[in-house]
Design a protein around this ligand. Sequence first.
Ligand code: KG4
Ligand code: ZN
Length: 342
Amino acid sequence: MRTEHIILAIETSCDETAAAVFTTADGLRSHIFFSQTALHQSYGGVVPEIASRSHIEKIRPVIDSALTEAKIRLQDVTAVAITNRPGLPGSLLTGLCFGKSLAYAINARIIGIDHLEGHAFSSFLEHTPPFPHLCLTASGGHTALYRIDDYGIWSVLGRTQDDAAGEAFDKTAKLLDLPYPGGPVLEKLAASVGFVDFYRYPRTKNLGYDFSFSGLKTAILYDLIERGGYDSATKRCTLPADSPIKAEIASSLHCAVADIFEQRIERALVEQPDLKAVTFVGGVACNQYLKNRLRAFVEKRGRSLYSPSPLFCTDNAAMIAFVGHYKAQQNKFDDFTLDIGR
Ligand code: KG4
Ligand code: ZN
């Protein structure tokens, strides 16, 4: 039986404070986020203590805005869906404690959501990929390949053994003295030289469905040193800001990452021919070049590629609300002993 639900979702696993409202009747009614990027930028990465403090400051106004925009009264919410794993412990705790308190006060149910399940189903916010399908999640903290059989039924085929794909972009940007997050700025640079594979960095092979990106970062570092563009003593890039080498490295990185993604997708589609489609999600899926490459690759193999708009690729509460809603429909609630997990 289909039960009517009004879900309030809270996402605070890393550096976005986000809330969303999703109802059985209307689907997604609102989603609001506050991005902490500017707070962490000068450190070249996310600082956990700064992240927790900012979540505490922003969580209340962000939730208020989500409810107001959705035209939903807090007391009408039937379940609060809260990202409780994986993520920065201090950040997760802020969302979980706040969400539990809210739910307790209004007598609503709670549902702990795996952030990665959120990403894995994020393409459903705008599309309806057929089951079973393959999902490539590539973000700043995670890179994994999933087989998705139904709502909430998914298994890990492979994951990164070291850095995430987004980290390859962020760390390369840092080596080149470019701002965090690295993805968008490197994509712009690479586009300026046409996404040509200038330096042919090594691709990791023979890992089955697993990924590895730390070798790529090291190869880029050694290449940069060889080209006289990096001072190992001061750990600083010595290239002038407008050096063409920066764009050529960015371009070569794009080609290597695309090849690595394609190898894994190819293997999955050959070994599991019942996979009907492929989804590409997570912050790295904002990358138009990678999206276009993967779309052409997947379509050549007789499947469609589904990928969310950039707003739903990066961390957001809409994807948490979507998962929270189907879990509520499946009667999969948690009790108030719910804690953060790994
Ligand atoms: O999903 P997300 O917001 O956070 C995590 O859960 O990690 O992803 C952030 C990551 C960062 O590493 C960022 O550099 C990357 O997504 N990213 C991109 C692009 N936009 C964001 N990577 C490549 N190209 C982009 N255009
Ligand atoms: Zn994420």
